[in-house]
Design a protein around this ligand. Structure first.
Ligand SMILES: [Zn+2]
Length: 272
């Protein structure tokens, strides 16, 4: 399925306006009804972060997808058309920003009427979900799947990737999560890592995405924990049953929690 599952791709394509531009976007197929400056912007993303994605994923997480990247990116010029497409098929996720179907090799999102930098972030986040499937096979726990995807998404811009440093790209998430802790409403990491997909980000007010993104950033920056985290990811990618995260990191829940909270409250360069 080099360009994605044909029926899923055809349904997404049919929801686009006309004319449809079909061309390569890095290693993927791009289908879009964008024209003019928006199409030019999307081509920038293809030449920038989309092309750089594969080596960035490998470099940052220390794991290599076992299959080459493939699939179709369906980028809608109009949010209205994207919404109509999602509403017409009950199997599609009800999301506003965009989604990926890793099994079908499909990414779809509204690309117009929002800043190009935001489109870059969403697109890269969704490409990470496709890469998770090629790397780990079976689905990851939601905190890990979303945290890794956000790590790349929040680092991506129209030109490529910023290297992970302190809270770069995640300043807003940090402020929000510290607020959640200050009011005692955001739960501990032990809760986050135990969440099944059906409970992730389901509370009326949720810090699950903020916490997952910042926890992964922390694990990649902490000089002592980063090599252990990457080794734990590599063991997951190699198959078999991985040890629990705390065992892989060599810290108990309490020590991990207080170390994370110290980093979160520390200076902005924290951990690097
Ligand atoms: Zn996601």
């Amino acid at each position: 399925m080099s360009a994605g599952e044909p029926a899923a791709v055809a349904a997404a394509r049919a929801a686009l306006g006309t004319p449809v531009v079909a061309e390569a976007c890095g290693p993927y197929q791009l289908l879009t009804d964008a024209a003019g400056p928006l199409l030019g912007g999307l081509r920038e993303l293809c030449a920038g972060p989309v092309t750089a994605f594969e080596s960035e994923y490998r470099h940052r997480f220390g794991v290599a997808p076992s299959e080459p990247p493939a699939g179709t990116l369906v980028l809608f010029a109009e949010r209205r058309r994207f919404q109509r497409y999602v509403a017409a098929d009950p199997r599609l996720p009800r999301v506003a920003a965009g989604f990926s179907l890793a099994l079908d090799g499909l990414v779809a999102l509204p690309a117009g009427e929002r800043p190009l930098a935001e489109v870059a972030g969403t697109l890269i986040h969704e490409l990470a979900h496709l890469a998770h499937r090629r790397t780990f096979g079976s689905p990851l726990e939601p905190w890990l799947s979303e945290g890794l995807a956000d790590e790349l998404g929040y680092s991506a811009g129209p030109d490529g990737f910023a290297s992970p440093a302190g809270f770069t790209g995640m300043e807003g998430l940090r402020t929000r999560l510290r607020g959640g802790y200050a009011t005692g409403r955001a739960g501990p990491l032990a809760r986050l890592v135990a969440l099944p997909r059906s409970s992730f980000d389901r509370d009326p007010v949720s810090w699950d995405y903020d916490q997952a993104a910042l926890f992964v950033r922390f694990l990649l920056l902490d000089p002592e924990l980063a090599p252990r985290f990457r080794a734990w990811l590599a063991a997951r990618a190699a198959g078999g049953t991985p040890p629990p995260l705390t065992a892989g990191l060599g810290l108990d829940e309490e020590a991990l929690e207080s170390r994370f909270r110290r980093w979160l409250d520390g200076p902005a360069r924290g951990g690097s």
